[in-house]
Design a protein around this ligand. Structure first.
Ligand code: SF4
Length: 425
């Protein structure tokens, strides 16, 4: 097994081991093996987030402008509210307006790791309509370097979209072909230019850049299925095999790498999907975009994704990407980002309750809530709720005359049985 040579300061690692509630030795072992990553640019002074085996399940929140809605200030607000409600990392996926301005504004305002997808900028900086196919390999690598120089901590690179996985896509009978934006850019580019994906053919160069800036690679899921029928096919697994090889190369060069995964996956395929990706990539940290467990709930896709995310987390996914209620419909608002973040945090916590290395710590939180419920200690219940404001709003909206809540009032089951049990003892 290859080994990451990392240059973390002891005090940083001590802080992370404390936050994660595990031993320093275990954390170091995970980092050396590449099964845990801590994304942080060489110039970064941010909260350290350990992602991977044995760590608590982390949550990423995507923000970013589109061509239709260009408002850097609003994207910064989204990033800030996401962090307030527990996002561990932010990704700026901007594709509209001044991309540099938005990225730098987000970097300035949040103190958690920030990620980007540099190929968006490489493609969109060209002014002509054929920008996606007219960019060249230098444009792609220059965009990565530019983001790294700005202080970006991790980048999604769709290096697994190569001629081999593309051939599997061509032979597939997918309904939705490709739904990854970065993957689509590269596939269009490869077909038009009849060339291999530069991020794959010149991966060594990418690793050099990553090394120079301590940039963590998030090896993108360009072939992720975009609907239930397309899940778990050969195109996806071909890409995963390539990603496994790329993880190995990254580790040999001392570059931190994680792997992105699907997508839309039915409930009964999640376990196999997570375990297969984990094994093929030698247990690289797994970053899931979903999985969404049905296609028919636009407006509620944050729940659809949280159901899949909790189950995937139980089977070993390490990092969940927030899906907002506006997924598949429109660019999310600030409120929708808040809602999506909270729901994804719930999924991550539910996974931690059964995750090796985290379950005991996670259960302390649930036990505290259970005791507060037993004591009808409303103050404490509201304090430790994942979203105290919403819990308080509901509690105050229909108060009870009793010291219980207005569902049962004086007939409160907890109160009644507690009183009778006390009388018996
Ligand atoms: S009143 Fe009913 S719902 Fe409310 S705390 Fe008591 S048992 Fe629970």
């Amino acid at each position: 097994m290859s080994s990451i040579v990392f240059n973390w300061e002891e005090k940083d690692l001590e802080q992370v081991s404390l936050t994660e509630g595990l031993s320093l030795e275990k954390l170091k072992r995970g980092l050396k093996a590449g099964r845990v990553v801590i994304p942080r640019n060489a110039k970064g002074d941010i909260a350290l987030k350990a992602i991977g085996e044995g760590m608590s399940t982390k949550v990423n929140v995507n923000v970013g402008t589109s061509k239709d809605f260009v408002n850097s200030g609003e994207e910064v607000e989204k990033a800030k509210i996401a962090v307030k409600y527990g996002a561990d990392t932010i990704m700026d996926l901007s594709t509209g307006g001044d991309l540099d301005e938005t990225r730098r504004a987000i970097l300035k305002e949040v103190n958690v790791p920030v990620g980007t997808v540099p190929i968006y900028q490489a493609a969109l900086e060209k002014t002509d309509e054929r920008a996606v196919v007219d960019m060249n390999a230098d444009d792609m690598f220059n965009a990565v370097r530019k983001h790294a120089k700005d202080g970006i901590d991790f980048v999604t690179i769709h290096a697994g979209v190569n001629q081999n996985s593309l051939e599997r896509l061509r032979r597939s009978e997918r309904i939705l072909d490709v739904v990854s934006r970065g993957g689509a850019f590269l596939i269009a580019w490869m077909i038009h230019n009849e060339q291999e994906n530069p991020f794959y053919s010149e991966y060594d160069y990418l690793l050099e850049i990553a090394k120079e800036y301590d940039l963590t690679l998030s090896l993108g899921d360009g072939m992720r299925p975009g609907c239930i029928s397309d899940a778990s096919d050969r195109a996806k697994y071909m890409e995963t095999i390539v990603l496994g090889e790329l993880v190995e190369q990254a580790r040999k060069e001392g570059v931190q790498a994680m792997v992105e995964g699907p997508g839309h996956v039915p409930l009964d395929e999640i376990e196999a999907s997570v375990k297969t990706i984990k094994h093929i990539t030698d247990f690289a940290p797994l970053y899931l975009l979903g999985p969404l467990v049905t296609d028919v709930a636009p407006g509620y896709d944050h729940f659809v994704s949280a159901i899949g995310g909790a189950i995937a987390g139980m089977y070993g996914a390490d990092f969940l990407c927030m899906v907002s209620p506006s997924e598949h419909l429109a660019l999310p608002s600030v409120d929708e980002i808040k809602e999506g973040t909270i729901v994804t945090k719930i999924a991550a916590h539910a996974a931690d309750l059964v995750k090796e290395g985290q379950r005991e710590r996670a259960r302390l939180m649930d036990d505290e809530m259970a005791h507060a419920r037993k004591n009808l200690d409303w103050k404490r219940q509201l304090e430790i709720a994942i979203n105290p404001e919403e819990a308080r709003r509901i509690r105050n909206s229909r108060p009870s005359e009793s010291d219980a809540c207005s569902i049962c009032g004086d007939l409160c089951a907890i109160k009644m049985v507690k009183a009778f049990l006390k009388r018996k003892s």
